[in-house]
Design a protein around this ligand. Sequence first.
Ligand code: NAP
Length: 545
Amino acid sequence: MATRKTGSDVDFDAIGIGAGFAGLALIHYLRQEGLSVRILDRAKDIGGTWNWNCYPGAATDSESYYYCLTFSKDLLQKWSWTKRYPGWEETQAYLKFVADECDMWPHIQFDTEVVEAEYLADRGCWRVTTDDGETLTCKYLVSAMGMISEPMIPKIKGIERFEGPIFHSSRWPRDLDYAGKKVAVIGAGSTTVQMVPVLAETAASVTVFQRTPNYILPAMQRPMTSEWEKEIKENYDAIVQKCRSHSFGMAFDSPTGRTVADTAPDEVQRVFEENWTGSFRWVFETFDDLLTNPEANRLASEFITRKMKEQVDDPETADLVAPDLDEYPLFAKRPPLDQGYLKSLNRDNVTLVDIKDKEPLVEITEAGLRTTRKDHEFDIIVLATGFKAYTGALEAFPIRGSEGETLNEKWRKSSDSIMGTCVAGFPNLFIITGPQAPFANLPTSIEQNVIWIARCVQKMEREGYDVFEPRIAAEREWTKHTADIHNQTLMARGDEVNSWMMGANRDDKAPRVLIYFGGANAYYDRLDQSADAGFPELEFVKFGC
Ligand code: NAP
């Protein structure tokens, strides 16, 4: 393990919170700079999202071969994926492989929850307090806690009364035996869409309580063949570059240079049909105006809902599961990818209940759920109710900046940041994929963020700086720029339908701009420009000067 470099009186040069993709990337890039790095994680194992989200059916929605870290060509060649979308076990195994190969384990301290972090202005360092009362100091504090990690537990009357297991989807009990049990799932987002077809195979019944329907795209899972793997491994440099150059960090062939606005109606349908081959590719490899032009978006939404309904036998259920086109546009909510959900609705043991119009939820009882129509009895209730995205993990415990204000307090009305990586008033704090960063293929964004962080740290250490202070003017500029772009997209209608992409699913904070939609590639360029220009967004300070 690298020895401490900063020379100041701290326990570690850098402490990162979270041992998922971001934590591992952090170890790699900061260790390269010769820093001592400690990663703290409350979990008992590596994986972050892929440790916590171990519900049946949990899988990536990005295709495996670009849902990985790219800092080592050797590792990219060594690891073999088994399928197009790996399940949580396989992704966790991949992260363990990275940790093994790169000797990362000694940097990680499990079973350690951070309960408070405070910036000590007189020393230019952070003091981190853990759940067992230990305090650790570091020059740089880095959030690697993930942008979709803090559960959103709804305030449903009687939630504490249920006598069987009731838990959030991301806290699935590993030893839970649901075979032959009656399972309720509250929520109808990506998690539910992944979970239900697997649960339905052995549960006595699965009942989904749906408020807002989603535009559901097909995943079209398939095994990784040796020919496909060979092709990928021969082209990894180009694949990595493709992700870096793509507006959502994915290895997609877009922009296409085609718009719906400039294409004849028959040809639009032909292109839609031809590209119906699974993944989010369909949104990006058909036409370039689906997320900005309302008419184009409506045609896409119409196509999707037709495809959805074709798979559901019962017309009433088909109407219920597909959104009404007038309600909201495609991508105002993040669309789930389907590996069998729509077809599972044809099973006798799966029921979709409309809790928006037909039978709203009234309360949870000792034996199940009461709606306005009847009492439903269950053995298990799953709260697949989503997350406090982007900021939730950073607001869950006090992180106090130079004026004593916490991030939670600072972000009461608006979650401002500089490029999602740092926040005015919080010196020497880095965030990996924080608010106002893009929503993109996460390993790509994580790595680009960590490279920027490592370059900043390199400047600090080489030039002998003690502190960086994020400039408030830079934060205002980025916040305005992010909002201006956001308001030009159809995603800005997310607040009408509780979209987590605007924090509109939360009951403790008002909706806001949370995502930079100017293109992940443009954002990555901006990070590089910032580093090349010596980080003009930050003020660098030497003590005693
Ligand atoms: P979500 O998309 O936010 O869905 C939450 C669901 O819970 C919604 O249907 C919501 O209804 C419902 N809900 C929330 N509060 C409720 C209440 N009080 N009463 C009734 N229903 C309530 O959450 P998610 O499915 O966990 O997915 C979140 C995000 O995580 C995804 O969009 C995705 O980005 C990520 N994710 C990724 C993967 C992957 O890539 N493999 C897998 C799963 C999740 P309303 O819509 O009406 O609010």
